[in-house]
Structures are given as structure tokens and as C-alpha cells.
Design a protein around this ligand. Structure first.
Ligand code: FAD
Length: 440
């Protein structure tokens, strides 16, 4: 051990680095992704990761120097084990496959060092990342009899604190959408699919009364993006008003609450109510249940909570899940896609349980040569979807109100082509609670 530590110290002084820069980059990307919305840990991590390459390389080389290949391989194995339990480190594992033996030893020992160093430098943050997300569960976890509803009301709202606010769409997106993380210190629990109310500050121009509450679907799982159980995230589109006479945006008529939220900065206070709604909860009792999630724009928010719970986090629901979760997202163009990187990662890791289809109205054509709207994309898979629904799948719709007439017309057409009475078919889905709609 002494020999080992001495070797590390020596190596640190001479700054040996057997750790490939590519691997360091992977470690960085994954750590940032893990806490993309939590400013403090990111900056801590960024600082620490600056030194990570050297330390990791030194540990790897020290393992080789002091004990030869065996301890190094042991470190490598540990690294692999650690990498497999730390979310998002799959890229490290896949990278290992491409390296030669010596590099594997160095890089994997380095990866192990990264996890070890993470635990030390971040005061145990890295350890937290491997902790299961099971401390906010009902008993059994799927029991919905005690879902919290309207714990905080207009007259006695909760004061949350903004952790971060980030624009999450590209430059060519139509409008602006932001991801906002709010700290509730664990005092405002909610379930995936619920909404928070937000009371914007100030008073209404027309009568001087306080602004009314606006609802926003919660875009994180109950554990929050940092998985601490103390934050929740919103996905908010800034409402602007295009004045046809002025042929420009009229700032006097912009949406009050969405602009307030999109303009928030870390540390700002937000008056909140809720949690609201049970319509969009996930049916977890039968883990084989297929989920069909249809969204336009910010309608993606509740599904982000679902998908994180089922695939990204180590939850009992995720561990048990054997069905297929199928996400349809409709937006104007690829710059307007929301959380695409997260969906791609889930698709890569769970190709048998997660499906993803986009309708990009301004970039794709439907089969009739018109714009590809959400109902056109869903229609492409109508047979499969009807079969899944026949077999007990749940279907969800969330986003702009305007999406539903097109969806309903499409479903009616498909039902009739199959000789089904659409109204009866729909009634059946509603009765068995397979039909979930939250549009605004
Ligand atoms: P408001 O101030 O209420 O204005 C509404 C609209 O009127 C705006 O487009 C504004 O530009 C326009 N307007 C203002 N003044 C005038 C005028 N004089 N003449 C003409 N037009 C005018 N939204 C999200 O972004 N993300 C979500 O996840 C989300 N989830 C929701 C969940 C539920 C259950 C519900 C019911 C709604 C949800 N919403 C969500 C919508 C959200 O609640 C708000 O309705 C939305 O953000 C607009 O609120 P605002 O205060 O910004 O706009």
C-alpha cells in the first residue's frame, strides 16, 4: 500500500498521464450530463475533472508499476464494475473495447480512479449517483392511494428556489423553451405526471389583483434531475404575442408566467401550488404495461419524468419494467426537439423497451405530401398501436389543445377502417383507464 501511494505521489509530481484524453472527455461529458441542471455540483465537478486525467493516469500507471498487470487488471475490473453502476458511464465501457490491453489497463484503472476521486473530491457525490432511487416510494411502489394532491394552495403557496434556468432549443426553433430546475428542499413531493402551479409575481393590470396560478407539468421524476428528491424541473415555453398590425412581437401582451419563469435566475424565488392532477400518472402495478406517449412541444414534460423513472434512474418501477414505452414527439423542426440527447441515450441502452418517433412538421412530409403533424406520425403505426391498446397499453396525450382534433379524427378513421365503432372503442379505453389526456 505504502509502495502504491509513494508511486502515485511520484507520478503526480512528474505528472505522468497514461490516461487517454478521449476517456477523460467521456468522463466529463457524463458527469455534466448527470447533473446538467445543478449548477453547484457541475462547477465543483468541472474543477475537479480538470485534474482528473492526471490523477487517473497516475493511479493506472502506479497500479502497473507497483504490482504489474494483475493489480492493474483488478483495478480495471473494479473500474468496469463501477462504470456499470454509475449512470451514463456506458461510453467508458464501450471505449474500453476499442483499446489495446495496456490502454485498457490504464484507462479502466483510470476510470476507477475517476469514480474514486469523484467520491473524494465531491464529498461523496459520486457515491450518491450509484444510490438507488427508492427512498420516495409508496409501499408497494405502484400503490397510488396516497398520491399527494394540492398540498400547497393559492392562499398559502410554497416558496421554491430556482437552481438553474436553461434554454434547451436550438437557434432555428420556433420560440423559446427553457428547462427550469426548482429546489423544494424535499418539502414538496410529487409523482411523475403531476403538475406544479406557479403564481407569477406582481398584479394584473386590469384590476390590480394578484396574478392567477398557471399550471406546469413536472418534467423530472419525483427524485429530481439530481436524484436527491429535493428538486423538480419544469419545461416552459415562453409565450409571446405576435401583433398582426405591428407585424412584430408586442411585449405588452407577452405571457406573464412563462416569461417570468424563462427569465428566472439561480436563487430566484417562485411561489408554487400543488402538486396537481392524477390524470397522467403511470400505471405501475403491471410492469408489462406498454405506454404510448404522444406529445406536442412542452407536452413532453410528464414523459420525461416517466422515462427517467423507467430507464434512467434505479427505481423499483424501472427495475420491474418489462413493457415498451413509445414516445411520439411533434415539434416544428429539429432545432425545436426537446431532450433529444436523453432519448437517444435511452434508446441506445434499452432498444427493446423504448421506441422513439418524431413528427417535424416543417421538415418532414406525411404520406399525402403535406406537413408531418403528430397525428400523421402516429397513424403510420396505427395497426400496432390499436393492437397494443387491445392488449392493455395506456395511451397519453399532452401538449397543445389544438393537437386533439387531428388525433381524434385520425383515430376515428383508423377505427372505422377496422370496422370498429369509434365512440364505443374510446369509451372502452376510458373505462379501463387506458386513455390519458392533458392538453392546454
Ligand atoms: P398569459 O399571460 O396567461 O397569456 C396567455 C396568452 O395570451 C399568451 O400567449 C399571451 O401572449 C397572450 N396575451 C396576453 N395578453 C394578450 C392580449 N391583450 N391580447 C391577446 N393575447 C394576449 N406550459 C408550458 O410551457 N409547459 C408545461 O409543461 C405546461 N403544462 C401545463 C399543464 C397544464 C395541466 C395546464 C393546464 C397548462 C400547462 N401549460 C404549460 C400552460 C401554462 O399553464 C400557461 O398557460 C402558459 O405558460 C401561458 O401562461 P402565461 O402566463 O405565460 O401567459
Amino acid at each position: 500500500m505504502v509502495k502504491f501511494i509513494t508511486a502515485i505521489s511520484t507520478l503526480l509530481i512528474v505528472s505522468a498521464s497514461a490516461f487517454t484524453p478521449q476517456t477523460v472527455q467521456h468522463a466529463r461529458v457524463n458527469n455534466v450530463a448527470l447533473s446538467m441542471t445543478n449548477e453547484k455540483p457541475i462547477s465543483k465537478r468541472k474543477r475537479a475533472l480538470k485534474h482528473l486525467g492526471k490523477v487517473a493516469g497516475a493511479v493506472a500507471s502506479a497500479a502497473l508499476m507497483t504490482g504489474g498487470a494483475n493489480p492493474a487488471f483488478a483495478a480495471a475490473q473494479k473500474a468496469k464494475d463501477a462504470a456499470e453502476v454509475v449512470e451514463g458511464t456506458n461510453s467508458i465501457v464501450s471505449l474500453l473495447k476499442t483499446l489495446d490491453t495496456k490502454s485498457i489497463v490504464a484507462a479502466t484503472a483510470g476510470a476507477y480512479a475517476a469514480v474514486f476521486v469523484g467520491g473524494e473530491i465531491f464529498g461523496g457525490d459520486a457515491e450518491k449517483e450509484v444510490v438507488k432511487q427508492d427512498f420516495l416510494e409508496a409501499d408497494p411502489y405502484w400503490d397510488q392511494s396516497n398520491v399527494p394532491v394540492n398540498v400547497y394552495k393559492n392562499k398559502a403557496p410554497f416558496t421554491g428556489k430556482v437552481v438553474s434556468t436553461k434554454r434547451i432549443v436550438g437557434p432555428k426553433a420556433t420560440g423559446e423553451t427553457c428547462h427550469i430546475v426548482i429546489d423544494h428542499e424535499g418539502d414538496f413531493p410529487y409523482w411523475e405526471g403531476q403538475s406544479w402551479g406557479v403564481i407569477p409575481p406582481g398584479v394584473r393590470e386590469k384590476d390590480g389583483k394578484p396574478h392567477s396560478v398557471r399550471l406546469y407539468s413536472i418534467a423530472s421524476s419525483r427524485y429530481g434531475d439530481d436524484m436527491s428528491g429535493k428538486t423538480g424541473s419544469l419545461c416552459v415555453r415562453r409565450a409571446t404575442y405576435w401583433c398582426p398590425e405591428m407585424k412584430a412581437e408586442d411585449p405588452a401582451k407577452k405571457g406573464v408566467c412563462s416569461n417570468f419563469l424563462c427569465d428566472t435566475k439561480a436563487g430566484d424565488e417562485v411561489q408554487m401550488t400543488g402538486p396537481a392532477g392524477k390524470v397522467m400518472l403511470m400505471p405501475e402495478e403491471d410492469p408489462k404495461t406498454d405506454l404510448i406517449m404522444v406529445a406536442t412541444g412542452t407536452g413532453i414534460a410528464p414523459y420525461r419524468g416517466f422515462i427517467r423513472r423507467l430507464f434512467t434512474e434505479k427505481t423499483p418501477a424501472g427495475e420491474a419494467y418489462e413493457g415498451t414505452a413509445w414516445l411520439f414527439l411533434g415539434v416544428a423542426n429539429s432545432d425545436a426537439l426537446l431532450y433529444d440527447d436523453e432519448w437517444q441515450e435511452v434508446k441506445k441502452n434499452y432498444p427493446d423497451n423504448f421506441r422513439l418517433d418524431y413528427a417535424l412538421s416543417r421538415e418532414q412530409e406525411n404520406k399525402k405530401g403535406g406537413k408531418m403533424y403528430i397525428q400523421d406520425k402516429v397513424e403510420e403505426y396505427a395497426d400496432e398501436i390499436f393492437t397494443k391498446l387491445d392488449n392493455g397499453a395506456h395511451i397519453y396525450f399532452c401538449g397543445l389543445k389544438g393537437m386533439m382534433p387531428g388525433i381524434q379524427d385520425m383515430l376515428k378513421g383508423v377505427a372505422e377502417s377496422k370496422g370498429l365503432d369509434y365512440d364505443e372503442w374510446l369509451k372502452g379505453l376510458k373505462k379501463s383507464k387506458q386513455w390519458h389526456v392533458e392538453v392546454y
